[in-house]
Design a protein. Structure first.
Length: 260
C-alpha cells in the first residue's frame, strides 16, 4: 500500500481527493487542508473561492475503513440565487461526505479499493424545485484497481445525482497517474476523468451535464505539511456557468494539507 505521506500528497493534488487518505501507523487519523479553489471532478464547488476541509478516518488492518470528510462550498447557494430560489438550496455552505469500504494490495504491485460514498448537503431547500431538480444528496458505489502509481476508478450513482433527478446510472471514470520522485518529497500527477450523466441531461448541447476533465499537478512534502499546485480544465457546457462564472474553466489551484 501507499504510505500515508504519499496518499496525502495525492489528496493535496486533488487527483484522488474523493476519499481522504488513511494512516497506516494506526487505526485512527485526521486530516485538514486549505485550498484556493475546491474543485471536484474539475468543477468548482466554491465559485472559484478558497475552501477549508477536513476529515476523520478509521482503518482496520484487514483493509476495512470508514470515515467522514467535509468542505465549505457555495455552489448550492449560488444556484439557489441564480434560479430565483427554484433550484439548489439556501443556507447550504457545507458538504459532508460519509463512506466505508475495503482496500488492500495483491501480487506485490497491485491494489484495489471498493466501497460506498454518500455526499450530504445540509441546507434549506425550496418547497418546489425547478423541472428536473432534486436535493443534492447523492449515493455512489465505487471500485478501483491500481498498479504501482497508476489507478483506474469507476463510480456509479444509485439515484438522484448532485441535484439532478432520475439520474440513476450516472457514472464517473477516473484514470490517474501519481509518480513519487524518490528522495525529493515531490509527487507528479496527471488525471483524466469522464462524468457521464444519465437521464434528461445526458447527450450534448448547452443544458448537457456530461463532460471530460483533465489535471496536471505537483506536490511536495515539507516535514508533514504537503503543499501542492495543479492545473485543471474541463469541456463542461454552459450548464455549469452560475452567476456568470464558468465553474469548469481552466484554473490553477494551490493547496496545503496535513494528516495527523
Amino acid at each position: 500500500m501507499l504510505s500515508k505521506k504519499k496518499l496525502l500528497a495525492l489528496a493535496c493534488l486533488g487527483i484522488c481527493a474523493e476519499l481522504p487518505a488513511y494512516a497506516e501507523e494506526g487505526p485512527f487519523s485526521a486530516n485538514v487542508s486549505l485550498t484556493s479553489n475546491y474543485l471536484y471532478r474539475g468543477i468548482s464547488q466554491t465559485g472559484g473561492k478558497p475552501a477549508l476541509q477536513g476529515g476523520f478516518d478509521y482503518a482496520h488492518s484487514s483493509g476495512f475503513y470508514v470515515g467522514a470528510w467535509g468542505s465549505s462550498i457555495s455552489w448550492l447557494g449560488d444556484t439557489y440565487t441564480a434560479s430565483g430560489g427554484t433550484a439548489g438550496a439556501n443556507n447550504a455552505g457545507l458538504e459532508l461526505d460519509t463512506y466505508f469500504g475495503f482496500k488492500n494490495s495483491f501480487a506485490t504491485d497491485f491494489n484495489y479499493d471498493v466501497g460506498f460514498l454518500r455526499y450530504n448537503y445540509p441546507g434549506s431547500y425550496p418547497a418546489t424545485f425547478a423541472a428536473g431538480a432534486a436535493k443534492a444528496d447523492t449515493n455512489e458505489v465505487y471500485g478501483l484497481i491500481g498498479w504501482k502509481w497508476i489507478s483506474l476508478k469507476y463510480s456509479y450513482s444509485l439515484g438522484n445525482t448532485f441535484g439532478v433527478a432520475d439520474a440513476r446510472g450516472t457514472d464517473y471514470i477516473d484514470l490517474s497517474a501519481n509518480y513519487p520522485i524518490e528522495d525529493t518529497g515531490l509527487t507528479l500527477g496527471a488525471h483524466y476523468g469522464r462524468q457521464d450523466y444519465k437521464g434528461q441531461y445526458a447527450g450534448s448541447g448547452p443544458t448537457a451535464l456530461s463532460y471530460d476533465d483533465y489535471k496536471l499537478g505537483v506536490s511536495k512534502d515539507f516535514s508533514g505539511y504537503v503543499v501542492g499546485v495543479a492545473y485543471s480544465k474541463t469541456n463542461a457546457a454552459a450548464a455549469y456557468t452560475v452567476l456568470g462564472k464558468n465553474l469548469g474553466k481552466g484554473v490553477v489551484v494551490a493547496s496545503i494539507a496535513r494528516t495527523f
